[in-house]
Design a protein around this ligand. Structure first.
Ligand SMILES: C[S@@+](CC[C@H](N)C(=O)[O-])C[C@H]1O[C@@H](n2cnc3c(N)ncnc32)[C@H](O)[C@@H]1O
Length: 309
């Protein structure tokens, strides 16, 4: 049986109402092919078997503190293509987005008609997230900005704001610098390491912070970055990240995400720390929302939105 994601489904996944979706998001939703089907029992068994084999064979990329080689290589390719194309923003798509993969939806794997379903879903999510939470700031900082696609979109949407893209990988910083020199966008690139936050970075009043699938790369060593944010006091912090704490270990498909999250040494402990700070009255948590959507391996877009008090 084929279903299709409706405007109401998108709103529910984002944790909002259809009325609150900005028009550009509605337009993107109307343009897309959101048809999907459940897998047959045999197909689902095969996906789970392959997943278990990958876990057994440790066939994943891992978070290893201090090792930024694969990011330098990956973003280096995007940088090269971006420069060769004289600034084609399509060249900022991460290479690890592969077509025709199962996606996670509402706790199960589904088969989609659009081979680039996740990429197109993300375009709607990105537009919604950036239009909903980043209006009216003078400065926006994306930490772990990778290929710079969020930085580029933020700078297009908010030309009066300065958008700073930070990453520990040099080519990523160079992409953000090229967004200014090739595209005329109001962007700045700067190197930054979550493990050794640079306190000389000025976060002026009326600043917002974004991370997307970046803090996931910190294992259990993310207290330094949280301390940094607490010290710098941005007005708003928005994380869209896979969130270990919100999977249900009693559900098979969630259980696989938990196992992959643990094996890959993805981030943990941050929400515990944030909740302690909330109990101490030091932060206000404005929204938490499990994504209920993601790739084969995990739900990458769970929202945690908060601010230091
Ligand atoms: C999965 S990518 C996400 C990139 C981007 N935010 C996006 O949405 O496409 C993770 C990013 O985190 C960066 N990263 C990993 N460890 C880091 C660290 N210790 N300090 C700063 N950036 C780091 C990587 O270089 C990479 O750009």
């Amino acid at each position: 049986m084929t279903s299709s994601l409706s405007i109401a489904d998108f709103a529910a996944l984002f944790g909002t109402t259809p009325e609150a979706l900005p028009k550009p998001c509605i337009d993107l939703i109307k343009k897309g092919n959101w048809a999907y089907q459940p897998y047959t029992r045999d197909e689902r068994d095969q996906i789970i078997l392959d997943f278990l084999r990958r876990l057994r064979d440790r066939h994943f990329s891992f978070v290893t503190e201090g090792d930024k080689k694969r990011w330098i290589e990956g973003w280096g390719e995007n940088l090269k293509e971006f420069k060769q194309s004289s600034g084609d923003l399509e060249k900022l798509t991460p290479k690890y987005i592969r077509p025709n993969m199962p996606v996670r939806l509402n706790g199960d794997f589904v088969k989609t008609d659009d081979p680039f379903f996740e990429k197109h879903w993300y375009a709607v999510f990105q537009e919604w997230l950036l239009l909903t939470y980043f209006q009216g700031f003078d400065h926006i900082f994306e930490f772990g900005c990778g290929p710079g696609h969020n930085v580029a979109r933020l700078a297009e949407l908010y030309p009066k704001a300065t958008v700073t893209g930070l990453d520990w990988a040099e080519p990523s910083v160079e992409i953000v610098e090229n967004l200014r020199t090739l595209k005329g966008l109001n962007t700045k690139g700067r190197q930054f390491d979550f493990f050794k936050p640079d306190y000389t970075l000025d976060i002026p009043p009326n600043s917002a912070v974004l991370t997307v699938g970046a803090l996931e790369q910190t294992g259990d060593n993310n207290a330094a970055f949280l301390d940094f944010l607490m010290a710098k006091k941005p007005k708003l912090v928005v994380h869209a990240e896979p969130t270990y704490d919100w999977y249900d270990p009693n559900k098979l498909v969630d259980h696989l995400a938990i196992a992959a999250h643990e094996l890959r040494n993805f981030w943990r402990g941050y929400h515990e720390r944030l909740n302690k700070l909330k109990d101490q009255g030091k932060v206000e948590i404005l929204k938490t929302k499990r994504a209920y959507f993601g790739s084969l391996v995990l739900e990458g877009y769970s929202q945690t939105i908060w601010r230091p008090v």
